[in-house]
Design a protein around this ligand. Structure first.
Ligand code: MTE
Ligand code: MO
Length: 476
């Protein structure tokens, strides 16, 4: 009978990615999954786990934690780990390969939600600057930081007819014109915590207002590279509809082909952020930058581009980044909603500060606004998708009873459209300040934000963009 066989850990380790037959363990059980690998919906990433325990990967890829998946694995059962190789019934820690071994050290000022994988918000000081310093740009990693290097990195372009063309980073830098674009990246989960607090529970990382940052990105135009690879960027057939991007650690996403080749779309294969090589967390040595589109499509550590009739088949294109009606929860029919691409108009308060005419620095600031009394300075960002400019920011110091227009700062970003956030500020005499400040913005299409969080409630808490309210307490 199959099973019951006692298998030493050392033998499992011989069945790794280069072995003819590939094994994994889960708990103390051993499986030969060689025949399953080609059918794995997550693709090649499964090779990370072979030759060792799959448990640590499943705690990252939690989609596996269900009976259907357990049943598939059981059908490949070949035996049990020799009890002599177990500690407390588990594979000992020193025999585990740490998938995060290549993750960098991170700036202490980031507000960390999870560290393995790293998900961390930009702190207030970064949200106040037009261009976010690289080390406090928010980090959203679904997995580990893959080991990559500038000299070895290659990117393959696969054309609709299956033909492939490969470029090294040097090829890109030497043979294409470089361009710099100032663009804001915003995670679709930015402000999810606000929705959870003001409406109902949502599933996902509970970001406050710091799942957003802005950078000057330098790289080559995707359009130019696709043209060089032989794709007719101005006259392509209707059946080519998407540009898919793959990341070195197995993340993937796609954008509509029209955006990918748009002369004024500014989609880049970027290798620099603010004049420095991309930091490891942000895609070193190469990432896609899709300005005006949800950041989930700006694939980091990109090593493959596929032009296709279909969207990316990845989890993150097909299931994760979609919105449903307020009645839908749990396990929706994912195919019925489109993948998020452009984002709606957004704004948030990032700082509320008391100003006193007794302080010299404050006095200067107050004078700019023609004020001489105790006041409150309010600052924040506003941003819209698709390169739509912010035309107005409305602020209230009394929970929306009366409104005023904030001053829009005149930062100049680079690029064909308004790809970067607009900072704004307002100063109000303290006498007029109630207990709740509110902001909402308007973009050039006259889109604005919904008042309450029930208006766009969705169980994943994506695209939270309701009026941002922050409580205020005057100093005693
Ligand atoms: N690309 C890869 N390869 N892996 C990832 O986990 N996360 C995506 C996107 N690109 C991701 C990725 C998501 S959801 C976001 S919000 C942005 O990267 C975050 O980019 P940042 O970490 O540079 O801020
Ligand atoms: Mo994201």
């Amino acid at each position: 009978t199959p099973g019951r066989r006692k298998i030493r850990l050392a033998e499992v380790q011989k069945h790794g990615r280069d072995a003819e037959t590939k094994w994994v363990t889960r708990g103390a059980r051993v499986y030969d999954i060689t025949d399953w690998i080609p059918g794995h919906p997550g693709g090649e990433v499964i090779l990370r786990a072979v030759g060792g325990p799959v448990d640590q990967y499943w705690s990252i890829f939690t989609v596996h934690m269900k009976q259907e998946v357990y049943d598939i694995l059981e059908s490949y059962y070949i035996g049990d780990i020799d009890p002599g190789d177990l500690v407390d019934g588990q594979v000992p820690v020193e025999d585990l390969h740490d998938p995060f071994e290549n993750d960098p050290r991170r700036d202490k000022r980031l507000h960390v939600h999870t560290s393995r994988p790293c998900n961390a918000e930009t702190p207030t000081e970064g949200l106040g600057a037009f261009v976010t310093p690289n080390d406090i740009f928010y980090v959203r990693n679904h997995m580990w930081v893959p080991s990559t290097s500038e000299s070895d990195h290659k990117i393959v372009v696969e054309l609709p007819n299956g033909e492939e063309k490969e470029y090294s980073l040097k090829d890109l830098k030497d043979n294409f014109e470089s361009t710099t674009v100032t663009a804001t990246l915003q995670c679709s989960g930015n402000r999810r915590k606000n929705m959870t607090q003001e409406s109902r529970s949502t599933k996902g990382l509970q970001w406050n207002v710091g799942g957003i940052s802005t950078s000057e990105w330098t790289g080559v135009r995707l359009r130019d590279v696709l043209a060089d690879a032989g794709f007719p960027v101005d006259e392509y057939p209707d059946e080519v509809r998407h540009a898919q991007f793959m990341g070195a650690e197995a993340y993937g996403a796609s954008i509509p082909i029209d955006k990918a080749v748009d002369r004024r779309g500014d989609v880049l294969l970027a290798y620099e952020m603010n004049g420095k090589p991309l930091p490891p967390d942000h895609g070193y040595p190469l990432r896609v930058l899709v300005p005006g589109t949800v950041a989930a499509r700006s694939v980091k550590w990109v090593n493959r581009i596929v032009l296709s009739e279909d969207e990316s088949s990845s989890e993150w294109q097909q299931r994760d980044y979609k919105c449903f009606g307020p009645n839908v929860g749990g396990n929706p029919d994912w195919g019925t909603a489109p993948a998020i691409q452009e984002m709606p108009v957004q704004s948030a308060i990032t700082s509320l500060r008391d100003l006193s005419p007794h302080s010299q620095a404050d006095r200067k600031y107050l004078r700019l606004y023609g004020l001489e009394e105790d006041s409150v300075a309010v600052e924040g960002y506003s941003f819209s998708g698709g390169g739509r400019r912010i035309v107005r920011v409305d602020v209230s110091a009394d929970n929306g009873r009366t409104w005023h227009q904030a001053e829009l700062l005149s930062d100049k970003g680079k690029g064909a459209k308004a790809w970067a956030w607009t900072r704004w500020r307002w100063v109000v005499p303290r006498q007029q300040a109630g207990r709740c400040f509110v902001v909402k913005a308007v973009d050039e299409a006259y889109n604005t934000q919904p008042n309450d969080y029930d208006s766009n409630y969705n169980f994943r808490g994506h695209l939270t963009s309701s009026w941002h309210r922050v409580g205020y307490r005057p100093p005693d």
